[in-house]
Write a protein that binds this ligand. Structure first.
Ligand code: NAD
Ligand code: DAU
Length: 349
């Protein structure tokens, strides 16, 4: 069956893996990648598939409702996989307006454009919204986030994502639009912008720069290899129940400081340095405001209902990831000059 799938945010970290998977796996689907190419969007993430016949790139802003309406019509869109967002918690603390604009108003603009174009004929239509586990708030030492966990966002980023999730459900309940939402834990892997913990620290270890650990490094995150997230999205998109929510996670919790030591060990070994050489780069800095203590996803529903499980063990995933960043210095250098330097100086002054 052929489909015209609008993937938003396809030039970003996770979006580029989703686009690559869909373009390669489904030659009959037309994948339309819509991305504004903000600081986080990078077409260099997609050079391997950019010339494929079933792929189109469009530079546009999801908040531009008129243009969204035109694009639905022009490409006869039947499916949306919505990833475009402002995604970095630290930036949301400095500039919450941009997060409300892109994540809330942008999502609403897309929902409304879909509703206008699809009218009341929702046959074979789907609006898939990609969300985060951060909407559930913060856990103590025990327990997991379930699909039924009450929303309790703390940062402007997670508040904006929670709000966008509510709008998606409101369109399902009010207008009968077929939607599905997934809430995923922390992703890692190739092509992640080096403002996030893993690529930032790999880059700093390689360049002998200080490693800014927030607070005591005791916060816990549940890490999933990005290609496993993309695979989960593919499965949920094809087989998920309309109107439902699926949690995606790796059952792979790490205290930040322990994860940082694994990264140090791996980078040092791959660079032929003596083991632990870079531990002296660890620098404890002022904690992130409102820093959530622990995230941990229970993805049993996704496993039981749709058969998805992470394919990679963490040791294998982190080795693959560190190697990728060490082997792709040009990719890193191209995005760590200019604006990034200013961001870094301001953020870690
Ligand atoms: P990212 O910041 O790497 O990429 C976001 C992309 O959206 C960029 O390409 C950017 O150019 C684009 N974009 C931003 N504003 C736009 C606009 N107004 N119009 C069009 N495009 C715009 O983000 P990511 O880490 O790949 O996350 C993708 C999605 O997955 C987000 O919705 C995020 O909330 C969610 N998510 C991320 C993680 C994670 O660990 N990174 C985990 C769970 C869920
Ligand atoms: O849980 C899913 C979320 O994971 C996604 O929705 C977000 O888009 C994504 O950015 C990520 O959010 P986090 O805030 O958990 O990721 P980040 O990489 O920014 O930070 C991971 C942990 O590392 C967190 O506890 C803060 C800490 N940290 C981060 C940075 C950038 C540091 O100690 N030092 C740092 O310099």
């Amino acid at each position: 069956m052929s489909k015209n799938i609008l993937v938003t945010g396809g030039a970003g970290f996770i979006g580029s893996h989703v686009v690559r998977l869909l373009v390669n796996k489904y030659p009959k689907y037309h994948i339309i990648n819509l991305d504004l190419l903000t600081y986080a969007g990078n077409l260099a993430n997609l050079t391997d598939i950019e010339k494929k016949d079933n792929y189109t790139f469009i530079k546009a802003d999801i908040c531009d409702f008129e243009q969204m309406q035109e694009l639905f019509k022009k490409y006869d869109i039947d499916t949306v996989i919505h990833l475009a967002a402002e995604s970095h918690v630290d930036r949301s603390i400095k500039d919450p307006f941009t997060f409300a604009q892109t994540n809330v108003m942008g999502t609403l603009s897309l929902l409304q454009a879909a509703k206008h174009y699809w009218g009341d004929n929702y046959d074979e239509k789907l609006f898939y919204h990609v969300s985060t586990d951060e909407v559930y708030g913060s856990l103590g030492e025990e327990g997991y986030f379930l699909e039924t966990t009450k929303y309790d966002p703390h940062s402007p980023y997670s508040a904006s994502k929670a709000s966008s999730d509510h709008f998606v459900r409101a369109f399902q309940d009010t207008y009968g639009m077929p939607t599905v939402i997934s809430n995923c834990s922390n992703n890692y892997g190739p092509y992640q912008f080096p403002e996030k913990l893993i690529p930032l620290f790999i880059n700093n270890i390689q360049n002998n720069k200080p490693l800014p650990v927030y607070g005591k490094g005791e916060n816990v995150r549940d890490w999933l290899f990005v290609e496993d997230h993309a695979r989960a999205i593919d499965i949920i998109f094809h087989e998920g129940k309309t109107g439902d929510t699926y949690n995606i996670g790796g059952f792979n919790e790490w205290k930040n400081i322990d994860l940082i030591k694994v990264m140090i060990k791996t980078v040092d070994r791959l660079l032929g340095r003596e083991e632990g050489t870079s531990e002296n780069l660890i620098t404890y800095v002022t904690d992130r405001a409102g820093h959530d203590l622990r995230y941990a996803i229970d993805s049993t529903k996704l496993k039981d209902e749709l058969g998805w499980e992470p394919s990679l063990q963490f040791e294998e995933g982190i080795e693959k990831t560190v190697k990728w960043y060490l082997e792709n210095k040009d990719w890193m250098e191209n995005i760590t000059n200019g604006e990034y330097e200013k961001y870094y100086a301001e953020m870690y002054k």
